[in-house]
Design a binder for this molecule. Structure first.
Ligand code: 9MR
Ligand code: ZN
Length: 567
């Protein structure tokens, strides 16, 4: 099937009860849904949406929500045919498994074996000691954790945020996250699916242990984060070589690894995720939980003693990711919210409240802006003396943010809540963060108002977009397959490592050469090209996968709950 780019569908699929809207960028009166053998199973009229700003197209909608029969289909209209898609309760199993399993493929410091990695194996990488950038006499083992992205750096703020998003997903959506079997080395837990029944299994090395696979994978990052703490409680900003590696396999990147100076953002984010994890891991491994909490509280002492902002800029000679931030109030707010939640201590509660006088978003929760993680932490906190006014206010903020997302989505021909200005580097993170806000609002406000909006944002990621691309490797008939990801290029394997979320369309590409493919003035949603060399368009990162994993956990949790109550 060649790609015609006229009719756009979620190439992964639709749950039976989903809203199901294909988007057409040409006028058509009617459409039909056809099965693999070409027989028509459903017919409907197209409606005109009108001009869609982000794509620059006049679009038409083919609504087939009434089709609830399981199957594999295509939409046919005006002589055009869509990519294939499925309807059914299991449509997202592979996607969910792959998006979470991507973290296993990004593991640093251990061999990826054929047993778990299939053909995408590599030897243990980056195992040599790292040297403190400021004091070369200090040498330390900081092996482990996930490679951040297409590069081999390991940065504390993105690592803490991605890991925390996954841990919050585990807390909020335990049916889905808690039971996902990944077959990683540490795997375990009772899987609700029949053994070896299909591709949703994670097959990571931990599969088989008493820790749910989801948490085993997160622990791989947490163990690394713990190594990034200095004896005084502060935390190095990142562990990277001086410059990004060439496009070689990770084990062939033998440059000296450095520990770059402490930042207060890294330190606060570290405290937050360690305190959070100490709660999550307690029932499974009290000793590990105690280690995490001790590390978090040691950091709290440093934070209290050092109230001034310690930002980060690459020192001369270092050219890896900067991840600088303009302030650390949101990071500290999140840290003390989690510390209070984990310990119930008044001093942490007061410290948390002291940051509420500052003006940062209480619902943003990506790298660079984590106030929303603090608010979510407070909502989830079970301490009897928590301030119910704050709690209520935070829930209300998620609710009103979700209402705005829903409204923005209703104004888009593609039901995409991103505004035209938001198609920047990593726009798919914005897309999926909007879905996360919807998921959180419904979950913490006990409403059912935003689930469909969360799903339609996933639809955009999976093909309901003006370029007809599925932005997750290995998933969908027209999935992108040339990520800016070193091993994906250097392994020489034609097939791409699955489950990686692309940064997505960027109307201000950093690479001049990208203008050959994306002329100036291209509508934002079309500012995309599947080429490995364009890092500002087609890179992957651990914190672009995590909001997608979170959203899928939300949707799958629902689907699993329904499937069970049907029985
Ligand atoms: O996403 C980041 C983008 O907003 C910055 O402009 C860019 C340049 O510093 O860095 C991006 O983040 C990259 C990081 O520096 C290194 N790892 C991969 C990240 C995604 O491209
Ligand atoms: Zn590595």
């Amino acid at each position: 099937m060649s790609k015609s780019n006229k009719i756009f569908v979620n190439q992964s699929g639709y749950y039976p009860s989903d809203l199901k809207k294909a988007v057409l960028n040409f006028p058509a009166e009617s459409f039909s849904v056809v099965t693999a053998d070409g027989s028509e199973i459903f017919k409907g009229k197209c409606t005109r949406f009108g001009y869609d700003r982000a794509s620059g197209d006049e679009v038409y909608i083919a609504d087939f929500s009434a089709l609830t029969t399981d199957g594999e289909y295509r939409i046919s209209a005006g002589g055009e045919i869509s990519p294939k898609f499925s309807v059914g309760g299991n449509v997202n199993k592979k996607l969910f498994r792959d998006v979470m399993r991507a973290y296993y493929y990004l593991r640093c410091g251990m061999e990826l074996t054929p047993e778990h990695a299939g053909k995408f194996t590599h030897a243990a990488c980056h195992t040599a000691n790292a040297v403190d950038w400021l004091d070369h006499n200090i040498e330390k083992d900081v092996s482990g954790g996930w490679h951040d992205a297409g590069d081999y750096g390991r940065y504390v703020t993105p690592g803490a945020v991605a890991c925390a998003q996954l841990l919050y997903a585990y807390i909020l959506y335990p049916k889905a996250a808690g039971s996902l079997c990944m077959n990683i080395p540490e795997s375990g837990g009772e899987c609700p699916y029949p053994k070896n029944s299909g591709s949703h299994k994670m097959n990571i090395p931990e599969s088989g242990s008493k820790l749910p696979d989801w948490l085993a994978e997160c622990r791989y990052e947490l163990d690394w984060l713990l190594k990034m703490q200095k004896p005084d409680g502060s935390v190095y900003h990142k562990a990277t070589t001086a410059q990004h590696a060439r496009f070689v396999m990770p084990e062939h990147d033998r440059e000296q690894m450095y520990l770059l100076p402490v930042s207060s953002m890294a330190t606060a984010d570290f405290a937050a995720v360690c305190a959070l994890a100490s709660r999550v891991y307690k029932p499974f491994d009290p000793d590990y939980s105690a280690i995490l909490l001790r590390a978090a509280e040691k950091t709290a002492v440093w934070l209290a003693k050092n109230p001034q902002f310690v930002g980060f800029m690459n020192p001369e000679g270092c050219g890896t990711g900067g991840y600088g931030e303009g302030g650390d109030k949101d990071n500290r707010f999140w840290a003390f919210a989690e510390l209070y939640s984990a310990t119930g201590k008044r001093e942490y509660h007061q410290a948390m409240q002291s940051y509420l006088v500052y003006d940062f978003s209480r619902t943003e929760m990506g790298v660079g802006s984590v106030g929303g993680l603090g608010a979510l932490s407070y909502i989830l906190c079970e301490n009897p003396d928590k301030n119910m006014e704050f709690d209520g206010a935070f829930r209300e903020m998620f609710y009103s943010h979700a209402r705005r997302v829903k409204w923005l989505s209703s104004r888009s021909g593609y039901s995409c809540a991103l505004t035209e200005r938001e198609y920047n580097w990593g726009s798919n993170m914005g897309l999926m963060k909007n879905a996360m806000v919807c998921a959180i609002a419904d979950t913490v406000c006990k409403t059912d108002e935003f689930r469909d909006t969360a799903k339609t944002q996933l639809d955009v990621l999976m093909g309901v977009n003006a370029v007809g691309v599925s932005y997750v490797t290995g998933n969908g008939e027209f999935a992108y397959s040339h990520p800016h990801l070193r091993p994906a290029f250097a392994d020489g394997i034609e097939e791409c490592i699955p489950g990686m979320v692309s940064g997505g369309p960027n109307s201000h590409p950093a690479e001049r050469e990208a203008r050959q493919f994306i002329p100036e003035g291209t509508p934002p949603m079309k500012c995309y090209v599947d080429r490995m060399e364009f890092y500002s368009i087609n890179e992957i990162t651990i914190y672009w996968n995590s909001p997608a994993a979170f959203t899928l956990a939300f949707l799958e949790n629902d689907a699993l709950a329904c499937a069970r109550s049907d029985k």
